[in-house]
Every structure is written in C-alpha cells, then in structure tokens.
Ligand binder design. Structure first.
Ligand SMILES: *Cc1c(COP(=O)(O)O)cnc(C)c1O
Length: 427
C-alpha cells in the first residue's frame, strides 16, 4: 500500500516514510492510495480489540517494513478498555477515554509511538509537539520511556487548565515539557522554524506527532469498526455515529471505517461555536477564521487541517452534504446538555461529548452511537458548577496527579529553546 498526498496523487510514499515525515512535501496530507474493503462476516464476535486491529490494519501495512511488527504494535497500543454503554434503547456511548491520559487521543498517540519506536535505531529521533491541551499529555505518556525517542512538548503558559499542565509536566527523563511565554500559535511557529533551521537539523533528527500524522489516524478506524460490529450483531441494525470534531481527524477515521464496509448507517458531526465547516456546507463557500474559545476547548479550531482528507473522499460540497449531517453547538447548549444528561441518566459527560449528545437530540430517532471523547474529570472546572456536584476523578488521572511535576518556563525564542533542549538531553 502506498500513501499519496491530498494535493498531488503522483507523490507516493511508503507507510513508514509517511509516518516519519508527518506532512507531505507539498504541504498536503497523506492518504492511503485506496481504502481496503471488508465484509461483516470476516469478523467473529469474540475477537479481542488488538486482534481485530491487526486484521483491519494489515492491508494498510502491506509491503511496509512495519508489517512484521503490526501484531506487537497493536497489542502494545490497544491495551486499555473500550466500553460501549447503553444510554437509551436508541443511543449508545462509545467511551474512548480509558487510556492513560483520559481522552481518545491516547489511541493515536500510543499507536504512533509504537510505530516510530520500531522505525528508529540507535540514532535517536526527537519528536516535537505544540499542544493546547489533550494532545500534549497523550503524546508525553505514549512516548515516555521509549528507548529511541526524545520528546519536546511546548504549551502556552497560563493558557491551559491546572490539571492539563500537570498531565504534561509530570514525566521527565526523555520528555521535556516547556511552558512557552506566548500563545499556542507561538509554540507552533517555534516548531515550524526548528524544522527549517540548520543548527537544529545538525543536532536533532526531528519529527512531529500532531494529528495530521497518518500514524495517528489509522488506529482510530479500529474503534468505529469494533463498535459497529458489536452493535450490528446485537441489534441487527446498523448504527450511525456522532463525532465531536475540531480538526476532523476523528471524523475522517469514522468515514474511512464506513467506506471500508463496516456496518455504519451514517455519520454525523458536532462542532462547537467554531463553525467553519457547518457554514461551508450551508453556503458552499469555505472561509477559515481564527478560532474562538469555547467550553469544549479541544475542538477550538478555526481551520480544520484534516478537512483536506474528507474533501478527498467527498470532492464537492454537494457530496459532503449528502454524506454528512453537521450541527454546531453553542456554549449555552453545551451547558444545558451536560445538565440534562446528568438529570435524566445520572451520567456525567465532558463538554466535547455534550456537543454530540446535543446533536443526538436534534437528529432522527434512529440508532446512534455517541463518540465520547474525554473523561469528564479532566474538565471539572466547567462541569461542577453546572451539575452542582463534584466530578469523581478517574483512576488514570489520580495516578498522573500524584506524580511530581516540573514546570519549566521559556521565552518563545528558537535559540534559547535549542540550548535548553541540548542541555536536557545531553545526560
Ligand atoms: C482533540 C479532541 C476532539 C477533536 O477531535 P478532532 O479529531 O480534532 O476532530 C474532541 N474531543 C476531545 C476531548 C479532544 O481531545
């Protein structure tokens, strides 16, 4: 299987090359040259998640040097539970947040870390990430103690929650976390310039692990496949999925799973007040904007990068409209939904999941699965005033909160960053 750039179908790379470079040379995103197809009968009901992952992902790894390692990659990456809970007889919750840092980003980060570790020998690779929240902690946890990889995580000082900062800064050893005295954009800019800088490239073999890396996207197909197979067998009815979306990586994985032939009726997407894509479907005009801060902050994206992959699947706005329902959910609606779900079902949901629950109330009365993207205890400051009750802390989060953290501040200056990084990783 080769991987092509969304902007140039002539630009072909192997999976390993696509994973190591992240972004295609022409600025496009890597997509598989075709999506393998499958049928429901190929999968038995009692297949474990790692085994199912291995079977589903084998065609994507065909002829790549990673193919021999796929089994161990899947067993190491899919090592936490994936509960499917019934909310009503028509609505299920797919809980994607039982990984070590309590968001669905653990799936992609753990899988990518396993792949990169297998692709790196004694010449260490340095992974750089800018984060405004969940990505940083998932990447830190996934790459921590991987022999051949060092990690530099940049986050904007004072602009993330205390619990998020704790989850990013509680690692040490091969993980260097830095609080940048600036914005998220400053963090991203530092990384971009480091990649182009001679001194950096002399000292480090750089790679990035943000959500455009194909190695983070492929494992996300697996949980849509797994849950659709389970629910189809149980209900003899194909479920639809509702995906809370920001950068549209998770939604892309859902569409890929459907296109491959897994029993998925349709896919709906919920966004927060950042509604570039809902507006595009309504008007036919694509207009990127700066992001606005909302209660569902991991979805605060003004120009979703993975949308290029969706457009490759549905090239015209008409095709997109035919294949995707989309609903934008405001902060007051998020608050009402958190309260409503708690009052009716005694279940506490995070603000991101609330956008999908709100969409569920607006959509047809059919079988729907809500992708539940984060544990509510990561967002206790938003939720507790709404439900007027303490949010119980997840066992994973308790573990991370107990680790000693070290906060290191830095000005947004590339040369200072290089010196700090070189010192840190020297011993
Ligand atoms: C990252 C994130 C999202 C958005 O996912 P995309 O793949 O960027 O659309 C939704 N919810 C949570 C909790 C997240 O961390």
């Amino acid at each position: 299987m080769y991987y092509l750039s969304t902007r140039n179908q002539q630009l072909k790379k192997t999976l390993s090359q696509a994973i190591c470079s992240g972004l295609a040379g022409d600025g496009g995103l890597y997509i598989p040259e075709h999506l393998p197809t499958t049928t429901v009968n190929e999968f038995s009901e009692d297949m474990s998640l790692p085994l199912l992952a291995e079977k589903i992902l084998a065609p994507f790894f065909k002829d790549d040097i990673l193919a021999n390692h796929l089994s161990s990659i899947c067993h190491n990456a899919f090592d936490f539970p994936l509960p499917i809970k019934e909310l009503t007889d028509k609505t299920y919750m797919l809980e994607l947040f039982h990984g070590p840092t309590s968001s669905f980003k653990d799936f992609g980060a753990q899988f990518l870390a396993e792949c990169l570790n297998k692709l790196t020998d004694k010449n260490k690779r340095t992974v750089m990430v800018a984060t405004s929240g969940d990505t940083g902690s998932a990447v830190a946890s996934a790459f921590y103690n991987k022999d051949n990889l060092d990690v530099i995580i940049l986050y904007p000082k004072g602009k993330i929650s205390a619990r998020q900062e704790q989850q990013i800064t509680c690692w040490q050893d091969n993980v260097l976390s830095l609080a940048i005295n600036g914005t998220f954009d400053d963090c991203q800019r530092l990384i971009k310039t480091a990649f182009q800088d001679e001194k950096w490239n002399e000292n480090f073999s750089l790679t990035t692990s943000n959500s455009i890396n194909i190695g983070r996207l492929l494992p996300q197909i697996v949980y849509y496949a797994y849950s659709s197979l389970q629910l189809y067998k149980k209900n003899e009815d194909k479920p639809g999925f509702i995906v809370p979306s920001g950068n549209f990586g998770n939604a892309t994985a859902a569409f890929w799973a459907k296109t491959m032939g897994f029993p998925i009726r349709e896919i709906a997407v919920a966004t927060n007040a950042n509604k570039v894509i809902p507006d595009y479907l309504a008007s036919g005009v694509f207009r990127a904007r700066p992001s606005t801060a909302t209660l569902a902050n991991a979805m605060d994206v003004g120009n979703p990068s993975n949308f290029e992959r969706l457009q490759n699947l549905f090239p015209t706005v008409e095709e997109l409209r035919d294949n995707m329902s989309i609903i934008s959910v405001s902060d007051p609606q998020i608050k009402d939904t958190i309260k409503d779900i708690y009052d009716k079902h005694h279940i506490i949901i995070c603000p991101h999941t609330a956008t999908a629950c709100y969409a569920d109330q607006q959509l047809s009365n059919k079988l729907w699965v809500i992708a539940s993207t984060a544990d509510p205890s990561k967002f206790e400051a938003v939720i507790e005033p709404i439900i007027e009750k303490a949010v119980p802390i997840s066992p994973q989060l308790i573990k991370l909160l107990q680790r000693p953290a070290k906060i290191r501040d830095l000005e947004p200056d590339l040369e200072q960053l290089r010196v700090v990084a070189q010192d840190y990783f020297a011993d």
